[in-house]
Design a protein around this ligand. Structure first.
Ligand code: SF4
Ligand code: SF4
Length: 192
């Protein structure tokens, strides 16, 4: 269900730089073709769980509601299924824009507090960057240790069961060419 806007937003609080930044990212310019028809929200299988529907996120991004967009749960609940993008009559690259918003939220550390998905995403990418593959045990452990230690403790019985079934190995495995992987990722991110 769409959240009800409870605060009045003054023009001075908006961030035109935010929308400009999105405009210059791949697919970002398509946001200006949006006619607010709402087909993206209607086709999104997760919109009922989102605080703002995809249609609203598109409108708010274009108008510069940076704080609200980056703090929203919507961008993290987006499962990148591309249904919205397929149905959009204006070919707005909604899924790609959601990716850009997630990346920006992580970079600027503006994601919603005590919400596990952004922390999980960060842990996941750190683990891939450092080891070339993921250890489910350590990614889950590090995520919940940061968010809710009580929840982590409650997971212990389930974790032990999985360990007994050899479904949750604690050992860390890394690929051989880690240095090359780091170099490759740095190049992809515009580094070295
Ligand atoms: S379907 Fe496309 S044009 Fe319609 S509201 Fe969504 S993004 Fe805008
Ligand atoms: S890509 Fe994201 S926003 Fe679009 S329909 Fe799928 S879950 Fe919804």
């Amino acid at each position: 269900m769409e959240a009800i806007q409870r605060t009045v937003k003054y023009e001075a609080d908006l961030s035109p730089q935010f929308s400009e930044e999105i405009r210059h990212l791949p697919g970002g310019e398509t946001l200006w073709h949006c006619i607010q028809c709402g087909l993206c929200s209607a086709s999104c299988p997760l919109s009922i769980y989102m605080d703002y529907t995809p249609r609203r996120i598109m409108a708010m991004t274009r108008e510069g509601f940076k704080e609200e967009v980056l703090q929203s749960k919507t961008i993290w609940l987006c499962a990148s299924c591309y249904a919205c993008t397929v149905f959009c009559p204006q070919q707005v690259e909604i899924t790609h824009i959601m990716y850009h918003l997630k990346q920006m939220a992580i970079r600027e550390k503006r994601y919603p507090r005590n919400f596990p998905i952004p922390v999980l995403a960060r842990e996941f990418s750190t683990w891939v960057r450092n080891h070339g593959r993921v250890s489910e045990f350590w990614v889950v452990f590090r995520t919940w240790r940061k968010i809710a230690i009580g929840r982590l403790l409650r997971m212990i019985p389930q974790g032990l069961k999985l360990m007994r079934l050899r479904r949750l190995p604690i050992s860390v495995h890394s690929i051989r060419q880690r240095r090359q992987l780091k170099k490759l990722l740095a190049q992809m991110n515009g580094g070295a």
